[in-house]
Structure formats: C-alpha cells, structure tokens
Write a protein that binds this ligand. Structure first.
Ligand SMILES: NC(=O)c1ccc[n+]([C@@H]2O[C@H](COP(=O)([O-])OP(=O)(O)OC[C@H]3O[C@@H](n4cnc5c(N)ncnc54)[C@H](OP(=O)(O)O)[C@@H]3O)[C@@H](O)[C@H]2O)c1
Length: 288
C-alpha cells in the first residue's frame, strides 16, 4: 500500500519510516516539503502522492510553548488535521491520526482511561489534539485515532536520554513521583501502527508499551540500566517543577481495544527502555 507519512523527520515519523519500509511504499514528508497548515500545499501533496493511506504524525509538540503560541499550535494540530481529513476523503484514502493522553484531565484515578472515555483536555496542546480527533471522527472513509504517551526513541530529546545525561553531570537528581503514565518506545508504536493500518480495525485505540510508572520510577529504571546507583535519584512533587502547561496526575491509557483487535502482545515499558538505553550505550543511536 502507498502510505503518506507526515512528520517523517520527527521522533515517531522516523521510526515509522524505518519499521514499515519493507511492507509498504512509504512517502515521508515534513515541514520542508509541505506546510500542512496551508490548504493549497496539502491538496498539491495529495495529488502528487495519491496515497492509499495516511499516517499523520506531524504535530506541534511543544506542550509548554502551546500555552502562549496558541494560534500556531491550533493551526498545526487542529486545522492541518482537518485538511488531512478533507483530502483523504476526496482521494478515498484511509487516515491514522496520532493523538495524546493529554486529551484527558488526568484526574480519573489509578486505573486510567478507556478509549471511549469523554475527552477533557488538561492543557492547550491537549485541546488542539482533541480538535484534531473531532475532525477525524467526521471522516467518511476509514479512520483510526491512536493515542500514545510518554514517547521516547531515537530523536533529539527525550526523557531517558535527558536522565542518562544528567546522571553523568550531577551527583543527585530529583524526579517527579506524583505523575503516572505509560512510557512508549517509538519503535514499538511504529510496529503497532504497522499492524493497525493493515487490519480492518477502525476507531480509537491506545498504543503504548505495557505497564505504567511515575517519572521517578522510570528514572530509577534508567539509572539501573546504565549501572548507576538508583539512590542518586530522589522523588519530588510536580509542584516543585512548575511548568507553563498543566500535566496530568494519572494519564494511564488502557489498551483493551488494541488487544481485542488481535495486535501482538506489547513489550513492557521496562524492556522497551532497556532496548533504547542499549542503543545509546552501544553507540548505535542515530541521535546519540
Ligand atoms: N512526544 C510525545 O511524548 C508524545 C506523546 C503523546 C502523543 N504524541 C503525538 O505523537 C505524534 C508524534 O510525536 P513526535 O514526538 O514524534 O513529534 P515530533 O518529533 O515533534 O515531530 C513532529 C514533526 O511534525 C513536523 N511539523 C510541525 N509542524 C508542521 C507543519 N505545519 N507542516 C508539516 N510538518 C510539521 C515537525 O517539523 P519541525 O520539527 O520542523 O517543526 C516534526 O518533524 C504527534 O502527533 C504527537 O502529538 C507525542
């Protein structure tokens, strides 16, 4: 199948381009190829590529910056997604839209969120991604919304990489222990997307590695993997690190619909982080 992958230079987009390359005819595009907020550029892109399916990874992902650059964020996450929907329908292409745990307020308790729970975005970025979801739900053709969370992978910045670097620079770290979620390796999410686009599954899915933890627990796992004394990492409250955008207390994503779709078992977040840290430690990462 010919698949248009937007945001192909981003963390997830790169993983998708690598993972799905042997099974599909992939056309990756990023901002340098087309500004997806511009209707004429999107239409020209669709006419040129004529995709059978689109995996829409492109997004405004600066969560704190979104609180002030509201218009720009809404254009990328809301308007550009509306243009994706319009053009997919015109050219009879299916659409997979990547979304986020931040479409929920994080106050749902330890069991987390099912796919059909009501959206109630915690911050402006979450609101714009929710707008994108609403646009996708109006599509006439086949669509999938895949929400993910705490994404890490071979990209410029991510949490495991930052913790590994800081442990090399500072004797002690304090990491937030009152925010809980599901870490997700971009490689593993790319595999889930590869499964979903060739399945008959339609609707909303949650795509993460299995299990859940706090940022503090994740940081201690990383310390263990690089043979550093985990006691060097202490726990703190999120209120000690105020951010422009609010963060959810618990945004664990339940994945019943993905499991029911026949998707192969997902690896635990611990094993996924171990694979990524090994990539960094062995010098094999494209973005060390
Ligand atoms: N990262 C996370 O923790 C996380 C968590 C939950 C959900 N998600 C979702 O997962 C998806 C992938 O995230 P990611 O972390 O891989 O994102 P990313 O690394 O920030 O990549 C997004 C890509 O989209 C491109 N882009 C931005 N504006 C564009 C425009 N107007 N036209 C065309 N391309 C544009 C960016 O280009 P520039 O770099 O040049 O701006 C970038 O290459 C997104 O939908 C995101 O909302 C991410």
């Amino acid at each position: 199948m010919r698949i248009l992958v937007t945001g192909s230079e981003g963390m997830l987009g790169q993983a998708v381009m690598t993972r799905l390359a042997t099974a599909h005819d992939l056309i990756g595009v990023d901002l340098a190829d087309a500004d997806l907020t511009q209707a004429d550029q999107v239409q020209a892109l669709f006419q040129r590529v004529d995709p059978g399916w689109v995996i829409h990874c492109a997004a405004w992902t600066d969560v704190d910056g979104a609180e002030t650059a509201r218009e720009a964020c809404m254009a990328v996450n809301g308007l550009a997604t509306e243009l994706m929907v319009e053009n997919c329908d015109r050219q009879q292409a299916g659409l997979t839209y990547l979304s986020t745990d931040y479409v929920f307020n994080g106050l749902g308790g330890a069991t987390g969120y099912a796919e059909d729970q009501k959206r109630d975005p915690i911050n402006y970025y979450g609101l714009t991604k929710a707008r994108g979801e609403e646009a996708v739900e109006t599509m006439n053709g086949p669509w999938q919304i895949v929400r993910t969370s705490w994404l890490f992978g071979d990209g410029s910045t991510n949490f495991p990489k930052t913790i590994r670097r800081l442990l090399g620079q500072k004797p002690q770290l304090k990491v937030v222990d009152d925010q809980r979620g599901c870490p997700t390796y971009a490689e593993d999410l790319a595999a889930i997307l590869g499964f979903l686009v060739t399945s008959d599954s339609r609707g909303i899915f949650h795509g993460t590695n299995s299990g859940q933890c706090t940022w503090f627990e994740l940081a201690r796992e990383i310390a263990g993997l690089i043979m550093v004394d985990a006691q060097r990492i202490g726990a703190c409250q999120g209120s000690e690190y105020p951010t422009a955008a609010m963060r959810p207390a618990c945004s664990v994503l339940q994945s019943q619909r993905l499991e029911a779709s026949g998707c192969p078992d997902r690896e635990s977040w611990q094993d996924a982080v171990a694979r990524y840290i090994h990539l960094l430690e062995s010098g094999q990462a494209r973005h060390p």
